[in-house]
Design a protein around this ligand. Sequence first.
Ligand code: PGA
Length: 255
Amino acid sequence: MNKALRQAVIAGNWKMNKTRPEAKALISELIPLVKDAGCGVVICVPYTNLETALDATKGTNIKVGAENCHWAESGAFTGEISAAMLAEMGVEYVVIGHSERRQYFGETDVTVNKRVRAALNAGLKVILCVGELLEQRESGITEEIVGMQTKVALGGVTKEELKNIIIAYEPVWAIGTGKTATAEQANEVNHYIRTVVEKLYDKEAADGITIQYGGSMNAKNADELTAQPDVDGGLIGGASLKAPDFAAIVAAASK
Ligand code: PGA
């Protein structure tokens, strides 16, 4: 498996943080720090910050993403946002299936798949999150869980469409806990996901897909994690809220 065949991407996941003025300030600070990045740079922000982020990043190398989208094009879904609405704004990426959506908002592998397909149909690029719970890791079923999440989420997705998908492996026990998977653990599961993609599609698809690691990645551990052969950048929560920290992770993934 050859890292040169795919792009490393560092994506920030701001979650439910930052007002518009705060978002503007953070992006202004970030722009000069990441302008020479040797990897893709994405910030996924709350819906209320999308317009601000799109304006502030115009003409820069920072791409903008949302943190979720609904599967229907429009309709009676109070509180939801469609993929078409995001695409029309100029949003390029969307995070789908984050473990917080699965844990707190009843997201299932099936609804993740519906959202993935809707996002792709609208022309968005997807950051698809998969990952096991601590009990699942301790029961020795990490591969089964992550394999099933990946397979169901990619149902009906063609090889051509797969080019618009990034997979983020995020062990749930490592998210926001300060407990990072070791570089070996991250690489092992990322590699496994790549074998799942190879079985579903082919070697070319598996070699080409960007598979990130996420879960307490920070300025200190980013070097070791992003140096792993199957880790193509990361999805960054907490550390994406501070420009110098996020920039340090981008620098690590640019090596
Ligand atoms: P964290 O979050 O970096 O704060 O652990 C990662 C994520 O949830 O994407």
